[in-house]
Design a protein around this ligand. Structure first.
Ligand code: ADP
Ligand code: F6P
Length: 328
């Protein structure tokens, strides 16, 4: 068992629904185990400015159903510099913070790893809508973002059918297609394209598919398009223009954007966030450091941050095959 007395918690990188539920769990678990908690505002950027507040059970009241993060979040590029990391470790020590919980993605974990090497016990928790963290099957925020995307596509389908259009809906995910693939399965889309299987994408193939389905009497054509495709292959707007020009069928692109990052978290996101948060505190009390918590094959696990960052993952092959049978 460790001598941890004060735990710090911060959120870093893109916000994700459920981060508040996670902060709440860290605070309340720590307090119930006799520890003090400090909240660090605006991720590593706020840490460097000593934006550190005392937290008690009351400071996390009434946040479990709220999206975003009450601690705010930021991206802080200078944190990659060793002297900046050293300064951050000194600030943490000055404030008596001997254990730090970092809620974010791989970049945030890389920062936590550096702090661990400077003597701060750190635990990373997976918080991102993208589900692109290799050591875990679940990330806080993915379920809510997917649900939001699904509901948006259902709405777009109504207008798309009424106007007999083709709709290209661009979903988030950074370089990953987890939101895109499941969104397509959940909405019964006609096509889905994402970076991990970009070989499936061809303009000729799409045009033929749109024409074929129209000839069969289909009144809409929904294409779920991952943002990674829009950035690296062809933008959703340009794709819509080409489809319209080549098929004579009206085509519109909709970028769902940040709507996918907000909103009240789903029950799953709240519950997993709560369990992740409690687990982080327990690990710190056990004397663990430089760990990332994941949820894999039905159980909570933790890995050394180096090991976690070296892992890779890909779209599940069976799920991908299922999409081939159903998304068409
Ligand atoms: P995410 O945590 O969601 O992957 P980012 O990649 O934007 O999001 O990283 C969040 C923050 O983590 C960055 O703004 C930076 O402060 C910190 N960070 C990212 N990469 C590193 C690194 N290699 N070393 C130290 N800190 C890093
Ligand atoms: O990582 C979450 C995410 O929403 C990605 O899906 C997206 O690529 C990126 O963040 C957008 O970041 P920003 O907040 O800078 O628009």
């Amino acid at each position: 068992m460790s001598e941890i007395k004060t735990i710090g918690v911060l959120t870093s990188g893109g916000d994700a629904p459920g981060m508040n539920a996670c902060i709440r769990a860290v605070v309340r678990t720590a307090i119930s185990k006799g520890l003090k908690v400090k909240g660090i505002l605006r991720g590593y950027a706020g840490l460097l400015k000593e934006e550190i507040i005392d937290m008690d059970g009351h400071s996390v009241s009434d946040i479990i159903s709220r999206g975003g993060t009450i601690l705010y979040t930021a991206r802080c590029l200078e944190f990659k510099q060793p002297e900046v990391q050293q300064k951050a470790a000194e600030i943490l020590k000055k404030h008596g913070i001997d254990g730090l919980v970092v809620i974010g993605g791989d970049g945030s974990f890389a920062g936590a790893r550096q702090l661990a090497s400077l003597g701060i016990n750190t635990i990373g928790l997976p918080g991102t809508i993208d589900l692109d963290i290799a050591c875990t099957d679940y990330t806080i925020g993915y379920d809510t973002a997917l649900t939001t995307a699904m509901e948006a596509v259902d709405k777009i389908r109504d207008t798309s059918s009424s106007h007999e259009r083709c709709s290209i809906i661009e979903v988030m995910g950074r370089n990953a297609g987890y939101i895109a693939l499941r969104c397509a399965i959940a909405t019964g889309a006609e096509d889905v394209f994402f970076p991990e299987r970009r070989q499936d994408f061809s303009i000729e193939g799409i045009i033929k598919h749109v024409k074929d389905l129209r000839a069969q009497g289909k009144k809409h054509h929904i294409i779920i398009y991952a943002e990674g495709m829009s950035k690296d292959v062809i933008s959703s707007v340009d794709l819509a223009k080409i489809i319209q020009a080549e098929t004579g069928i009206e085509a519109r692109a909709t970028e769902l954007g940040h709507i996918q990052r907000g909103g009240s978290p789903t029950a799953n996101d709240r519950v997993y966030a709560a369990l992740f948060g409690a687990k982080a505190v327990d690990l710190l009390i056990e004397g663990k450091s430089k760990r990332v918590v994941g949820y894999r094959k039905g159980e909570f696990v933790d890995y050394d941050i180096n090991e976690a960052l070296a892992m890779t993952k890909d779209i599940d092959e069976y799920e991908y095959n299922v999409s081939k049978w159903l998304v068409r």
